[in-house]
Structure formats: C-alpha cells, structure tokens
Design a binder for this molecule. Structure first.
Ligand SMILES: C[C@](O)(CO)[C@H](O)COP(=O)(O)OP(=O)(O)OC[C@H]1O[C@@H](n2ccc(N)nc2=O)[C@H](O)[C@@H]1O
Ligand SMILES: Nc1ncnc2c1ncn2[C@@H]1O[C@H](COP(=O)(O)OP(=O)(O)OP(=O)(O)O)[C@@H](O)[C@H]1O
Length: 311
C-alpha cells in the first residue's frame, strides 16, 4: 500500500466563531426551543481541534480561552466524536486536543464550533463515507448552532437555528469583540427574554428587508445600522454592564454594536481595519471592557489544515 492510501495518523481542523448579525426570536415552541430567524456570520477567531487514533477516549484543552472548558464526556467535541462513531458504526477511540481561542460561554458558539470541527476531523480520520447532509443531521442533533459552523460564511438560519439557507452577502467586515470575564448561560438568556416579554404577543420571526438590503449592498455603514438581536435586552438585564460597553463602543465611532448571540461578548462593526484598531485601543484604554479581539468576516467553516499520513 502506498502512503497516500493509508489513513492519516491525525487530523487537525480549524473552525471559526460566529456572530448573529440579526437574531429574531419567536415565542417558545412546545419543545421549549424558540423559533428563530437569524443571519449567522463566521469570523476569523478560530479554535483548532486535533483528533488522533488512541487506545482509549481522551481529551485535552489548551490555549488562551481554555479556562472553564470541561475535559470529560460532557465536552461537546467528545459528544460529537462519539455520536459520529455510533452513526458510522466505528468501534475506535480517539484522543481530542482542542486549542481554544473562542471565548467560552461568550455567545460566539465556541462549543458548537468544536463539535463541528470534531465531526469534520473524525470523518476524515475514519473515512466514514458519510455525505454532507448526513454530517449536517448529526450536527443539528448536537446543537442548534453546530450545522452553521460546518459551512461558515454568512447564512440564514431558521427553525431553532439548525435549518440553513444561503443568503446573498457581499463585502468583508472588520469587527471588534469586547469580551467579558464571566459567561452567560444560553438557556438562562432565552428564559430572561421570555420573562421580559411577559404576555406580549410575539410575531413569527422573519428576516428584515433592512438586513437583506444591507448584506446585498456590502455597505458596512448600512450593515451597522441593520444589526439587531432580540436577546440583547435579556443579556443586558442579566449583566447590566453590557449596556455601558455598547454605549462606549458607539461613542468611540463603531458603525454599529450588538450583543453577540446570547452574550456577553459585544460585537462592534468598524469602517476599516484602521478604524477597528483605533476602536480596540479606545475601548481598552477606557477601562469599559476587560479584553478585546479584532476579527474579520465572513470566514470559512470547519476545514482541515493538517492530515499527515504515516511513513
Ligand atoms: C443564541 C444562539 O447562539 C444564536 O445562534 C443559539 O440560539 C444557541 O444555540 P446553541 O447554543 O447551539 O443551543 P442548543 O444547544 O441547541 O440549545 C441550548 C438551549 O438554548 C435554548 N434555545 C436554543 C436555541 C433555540 N432556538 N431556542 C432556545 O430556546 C434552549 O433553552 C436550549 O436548551
Ligand atoms: N468544547 C467546548 N468549548 C467550550 N465550552 C464547552 C465545550 N463543551 C462543552 N462546553 C460547555 O458549554 C458551555 C457553553 O459554552 P460555549 O462556549 O459553547 O457557549 P456560547 O458560545 O455562549 O454558546 P452559543 O453561542 O452556541 O449559545 C460552557 O460553559 C461549557 O460548560
């Protein structure tokens, strides 16, 4: 057998974080999930997942954002590998190494990203032969955000967020993310959204014309004005300091600012790379935020960056 025919000895996949450019939330369904209309946008803030055949299941987490990430079977990446093995009928263990740069419990889908990366990596390591729709179905079973992280880019999400459709989106955008030290729990933020709404009637969510027009134009100023998130008030209610962070970014010249997903990360859109740098410096110097990261979007979804073959 030539070395090219041998399976890789390990596979490393890079996967982006996401921000929801628009997140419209309906009234809870019978199963407790909320119907969504959302525009997902992947940004080049990456985690990397390496999978390697091993005699026993194992997991290690490293990198700047590794604090607080579970290293047992509850890690979403471990669950992804086990689910794929079960569906594909694979009886092999893997060791997973996650290098985390995506903030944990930050509303940027870090755990979902690791799950998507693990599906792609194990699929290559094991040569499962599953189709893309089959991988997407496994992804949807792991979490509502997981299917989007397989493909990345900019896409529309409906259902509980797992049903994806392409969207016409031009341009590339410069973002500044204001990170928080503490995280927010996604179910708690959805529950707070319901509580704040009380008995008010909530319309079925559908994409706004303003957002669609902004994406088609590729105009950062129009996109900044169109950003919206129905979970923002709930995130601010649970973490009032986020209101001050939003005010500070807009005062320092951001084209728009929004809580990312369920928060507490706040995403600011800047006019250019230089404007993003200025904004990041101003936010840090003001003391209003604990840490900032710059990124651009759209970014590619989970993709293999290394798969060496033995020999
Ligand atoms: C806030 C977002 O990140 C926006 O993209 C997502 O809606 C959350 O996606 P996720 O973390 O992948 O969520 P899941 O793991 O599927 O669900 C976690 C919990 O979030 C709540 N949840 C999630 C998605 C949704 N459409 N409605 C919900 O109410 C539910 O309480 C659920 O038990
Ligand atoms: N691989 C993982 N990386 C980070 N957290 C994980 C992972 N697996 C499980 N978790 C658990 O999931 C919780 C939520 O983490 P995550 O970083 O995915 O939140 P999030 O970005 O706010 O999610 P989302 O934006 O999808 O709602 C963490 O507090 C942690 O306990």
């Amino acid at each position: 057998m030539t070395s090219a025919a041998l399976p890789p000895s390990s596979v490393t996949v890079r996967v982006p974080a996401k921000v929801n450019l628009e997140l419209l939330v309906g009234a809870p369904r019978g199963d407790g999930y909320h119907p969504l209309s959302t525009i997902f946008h992947a940004v080049n803030l990456f985690d990397e997942v390496t999978v390697m055949s091993a005699p026993e299941w194992g997991l290690a987490v490293s990198g700047p954002q590794s604090f607080g990430v579970p290293v047992d079977g509850t890690n979403l990446a471990a669950r992804a590998a086990q689910k794929l093995a079960e569906v594909a009928g694979i009886d092999e263990a893997v060791h997973l190494t996650i290098r985390k740069d995506i903030p944990v419990a930050g509303g940027m889908a870090g755990g979902s990203a690791d799950a998507a990366a693990t599906l792609v990596a194990c699929d290559v390591l094991w040569g499962t032969g599953l189709s893309r729709p089959e991988l997407e179905e496994i992804a949807a079973g792991l979490g509502s955000d997981v299917p989007f992280l397989l493909g990345g880019g900019t896409a529309m999400g409906s259902g509980r967020g797992e049903r994806l459709a392409p969207v016409l989106a031009r341009g590339s955008y410069h973002w500044v993310f204001a990170l928080s030290e503490a995280g927010l729990s996604t179910p708690a933020v959805y529950a707070e959204c319901d509580r704040l709404r009380g008995d008010r009637a909530v319309p079925d969510p559908s994409p706004s014309a303003e957002m669609m027009t902004a994406l088609r134009s590729g105009d950062a100023r129009a996109l900044g004005a169109a950003l919206s998130n129905d979970l923002q008030a709930a995130a601010i209610s649970l973490m009032p300091a986020l209101g001050d962070v939003l005010d500070a970014g807009l005062e320092f010249g951001a084209l728009g600012g929004i809580v990312s997903g369920s928060g507490p990360t706040v995403a600011f859109l800047a006019e250019s790379n230089e404007a993003a740098l200025d904004l990041a410096v101003s936010l840090t110097a003001s003391g209003a935020v604990q840490d900032v990261r710059r990124a651009t979007g759209p970014a590619h979804g989970a993709h293999v960056i290394s798969a060496p073959r033995p020999g």
